[in-house]
Each structure stands twice: as structure tokens, then as C-alpha cells.
Design a protein around this ligand. Structure first.
Ligand SMILES: NC(=O)c1ccc[n+]([C@@H]2O[C@H](COP(=O)([O-])OP(=O)(O)OC[C@H]3O[C@@H](n4cnc5c(N)ncnc54)[C@H](O)[C@@H]3O)[C@@H](O)[C@H]2O)c1
Length: 250
């Protein structure tokens, strides 16, 4: 089974490397020639503990890097989904473009896994219609899966290996197939659910983090105005059995 990882940035590259390091056949594709040229010279652009080791193992296992999309069994799409401030919306254009390019090379029965962070409803309202306009039948010719990523820069490799994950697929058999693929490197629990639930869950997780980080930072600001020790206040407040405030930036 060949896996083509699309987009070799902070998420796609470690994902491609870990899949290859754990014995899967992987080709990594990125639109940017300089990204591919560097990878083919053995240069990884960002630092992460364990990344170089993973890179060496993946190269030993014959991972390839190219600007070309491959004919593969599974595509993992990890392209950017920037937030457009003006519209207060997530821009799915990169994901759409990547899926368009996959459709130009893939065969029937292919699985396309969207790892990029997308807003709830994107696959049903935005991606599926586009695929069907091209004459493919979703659920038969093309199987869509959403596998949102939770890793954080600075601890990526450990988190890739140990985090729990969500696989959103509307066909349980396909969901289990993708789960088995991620299980080749992931020791965490992998939940299989439907696409919409996976999309919404990712947004809920990010929102929860955002609110809690903002709360801690606002608290720090308030305490600073009247010379109160925010860390002592949080330490005491967190002794409450149902309070767990994060540590703000100093
Ligand atoms: N970075 C994080 O910490 C993090 C964590 C969780 C989720 N995510 C999500 O993962 C997704 C990817 O984020 P990232 O940080 O890896 O982005 P990134 O900008 O680091 O990398 C994206 C890569 O995709 C390539 N690309 C863009 N369009 C392409 C196309 N059509 N075909 C092939 N390659 C293409 C770019 O050249 C770039 O190298 C985003 O949706 C992001 O929200 C990121």
C-alpha cells in the first residue's frame, strides 16, 4: 500500500517520516521545489527532538520526496488552512487544490485523509461536491476521511507516537483501515467516528484551549494592575477540586 503525503510542513513532514520509519511505503509531495530540494539533500528545515533520527530511518526505508503527486492507495493531505480575519472563516482553498491534484492522478477506491484543520461541514459542503463535479462517486470511487492533528511544535515526535487520535469516516470499514495505518506508529487510543463529529471535535478542542489560555493571560493582566501574585492566586484556586487554571506567560 503506497501512501502519498501532500504538504511537507510542520505536520506533513513528521507524519510522512514516522509512517516510513515504521515500515510503510511513503512518498512525500510538496508544491515548493526548494522544500523538496532540501529534503533530497538531507536537510530538515526545522528542529524537533528526534526528527533527524526519524528522517534517517525514513530514508533507510526508502521514503521519496517529490513535487509530483503519485498514484497511491492513500493520500494524507496536510496543507495550510489559514484563518481569514476579514470573513472570520477558515480558508479551505489549499485543501481543495490538493484534492483537485489528487483526483488528477488517483485510481478508483482511493482513500483521501484530510489532516489539515478544517471547520465543521467543510468535507460535506466544500470537498464532496467538488469531487462529485469531477464525476467521482464519494464512498465508492473516493473515500474521504478526516484525521485532525493534535501535535504541538516542540514535542512533535513524542506526541505523534503517544497522543490519542480521532479518525472521522462515514464508512466504518474505511475508518478502521485508516486507524490500522495510524496504529503502525501510534501507541495512543484511536477513536473512529463520523466525519462531522471529527471536524467538530477538533474545533471544540482548539476552542477549549484558546479560552483557557486567554483566561489565564487575562487573569495575569488583572493581577499585574494591582500588584497581586497571579501564580500564588492560581496555585490556591487550583486547590479547589474542580478548578484547573493554566499557568500564564510571565
Ligand atoms: N503546525 C501545527 O502546530 C499544527 C498543529 C495541528 C494542526 N495543524 C494543521 O495542519 C495543517 C498544516 O499545517 P502546517 O503547520 O504543517 O503548515 P506548513 O505551512 O508548515 O506546511 C504546509 C506545506 O504544504 C505545502 N503545500 C501547500 N499547498 C500544497 C499543495 N496543493 N500541494 C502540495 N503541497 C502544498 C506548502 O508548500 C507547505 O510546505 C493546517 O491545517 C494546520 O492548521 C498544524
Amino acid at each position: 500500500m503506497l501512501i502519498n503525503v501532500i504538504g511537507l510542513g510542520y505536520i506533513g513532514l513528521p507524519t510522512a517520516l514516522i509512517l516510513a520509519a515504521y515500515g510503510n511505503a511513503v512518498v512525500g509531495t510538496d508544491k515548493k521545489m526548494d522544500v523538496i530540494a532540501k529534503l533530497n539533500e538531507g536537510i530538515v528545515d526545522f528542529e524537533e527532538e528526534g526528527l533527524q533520527n526519524l528522517f534517517d530511518k525514513a530514508v533507510n526505508n526508502r521514503i521519496k520526496f517529490t513535487t509530483e503527486y503519485q498514484k497511491a492507495d492513500v493520500y494524507i493531505v496536510a496543507v495550510p488552512t489559514p484563518y481569514i480575519k476579514r470573513d472570520k472563516k477558515v480558508d479551505a482553498a489549499y485543501v481543495r487544490n490538493a484534492v483537485e491534484d489528487v483526483l488528477n492522478v488517483c485510481g478508483k477506491g482511493v482513500i483521501i485523509v484530510i489532516e489539515s484543520t478544517i471547520s465543521p461541514g467543510t468535507i460535506d459542503k466544500n470537498i464532496k461536491p467538488m469531487i462529485e463535479e469531477r464525476g467521482f462517486i464519494c464512498g465508492e470511487d473516493v473515500h474521504l476521511v478526516h484525521a485532525p492533528e493534535r501535535i504541538i511544535p516542540g514535542n512533535m515526535i513524542k506526541e505523534l507516537e503517544n497522543n490519542n487520535r480521532t479518525i472521522g469516516a462515514d464508512d466504518v470499514e474505511i475508518g478502521n483501515k485508516v486507524r490500522a495505518l495510524y496504529k503502525t506508529f501510534c501507541k495512543g487510543e484511536i477513536v473512529v467516528t463520523d466525519i462531522k463529529t471529527a471536524e467538530m471535535t477538533k474545533v471544540v478542542e482548539n476552542t477549549y484551549r484558546d479560552i483557557n489560555i486567554a483566561f489565564a493571560n487575562e487573569l495575569a493582566k488583572i493581577c499585574r494592575t494591582d500588584n497581586m501574585n497571579v501564580y500564588e492566586i492560581i496555585r490556591i484556586a487550583n486547590m479547589h477540586p474542580r478548578v484547573n487554571i493554566l499557568t500564564p506567560h510571565s
